[in-house]
Design a protein around this ligand. Structure first.
Ligand SMILES: [Zn+2]
Length: 53
């Protein structure tokens, strides 16, 4: 998450970001200081897993 999905402000260094796991999904909570939008992005499908041997 680099840019706010609401206003497009770059969030690097300014936004509150917290990551947590829910079940098998990785959730990233972002807060934009520009428009006070709080959003949660689910990255469940982007989680890298080691290939099975
Ligand atoms: Zn914003």
């Amino acid at each position: 998450m680099r840019f706010c999905p609401g206003c497009g402000t770059e969030l690097a260094g300014a936004a509150f970001v917290q990551e947590y796991w829910a079940a098998q999904d990785r959730h990233v909570v972002c807060w934009c200081p520009g428009c006070a939008l709080m959003c949660t992005v689910v990255l469940g499908q982007l989680v890298g897993t080691e290939p099975e041997h």
